[in-house]
Ligand binder design. Sequence first.
Ligand SMILES: Nc1ncnc2c1ncn2[C@@H]1O[C@H](COP(=O)(O)OP(=O)(O)OP(=O)(O)O)[C@@H](O)[C@H]1O
Ligand SMILES: [Mg+2]
Length: 256
Amino acid sequence: MKILSIANQKGGVGKTTTAVNLSSCLAALGKKTLLIDLDPQGNGTTGLGGDKKKPGIYEALVGNKNNLIQKTKIPFLNLLSGSQNLAGAEVELLQMNKREYRLKEYILKNFKDYEYIIIDCPPSLGMLTINALTASDAVLMPLQCEYYALEGLSYLLNTIKRIKNKFNPKLVMEGVILTMYDRRNALSSLVEKDVRDNLSDLVFKTVIPRNVKIAEAPSHGMSVLFYDIKSTGAQAYMAVTSEFLQREKKRVLNDN
Ligand SMILES: Nc1ncnc2c1ncn2[C@@H]1O[C@H](COP(=O)(O)OP(=O)(O)OP(=O)(O)O)[C@@H](O)[C@H]1O
Ligand SMILES: [Mg+2]
């Protein structure tokens, strides 16, 4: 089982879009996948046609409840939903025993038979994100192709280092995915060059273009792959997914 957090403390950079579409593509390839929506906004839940009113990850973390999984329309893809009361969990967790490890322990106890668990993090580095990073094997960071893209990156990298030292020595940076790339806009290619110069191999070769089908799909409760498989958005997320799987394979080979 591999647990992957999709994180960036900056808002609106494509975390949820990447979490929903990467998990859908993995499931479409026959990998048993669970998406955990750790954001009080619950966008990942609605984006997969889930129900934010049903008990979900909040009840898991704070109430230790079981049987909270929702099925999605996609075979092999399940959902542990997010909801507004997660905002309260940031504070409630602070008073709990082993507060950084709540998510990790819940996952290890309840979800043994998934190949991938993808965690959609909120745009902050509070207790929820700390729980996600403590539970994860790796972090994937979507970066929007805009002027301030690199700002905040060092902050996230420092947080990862701190979590690694204190709570989770095995945590690695899986990579950075450039999102909302606009070919007609010279800024996109400038930002791309800047990011690649700074982070080299950490950056995925595949970039996600700005694509209207990607933006429309959530309002239909679907990932773009199922909303419009022929769209450039769907093709890009499929390409990112195969690059992700290849990079993983390469890392395993290098480690042995
Ligand atoms: N490649 C894309 N093309 C067009 N629109 C996109 C693309 N990626 C994301 N969007 C849109 O941009 C907005 C922000 O994306 P998303 O919700 O994935 O970001 P986020 O990082 O999860 O935001 P938050 O920090 O609020 O959780 C959404 O409306 C989404 O539909
Ligand atoms: Mg989000």
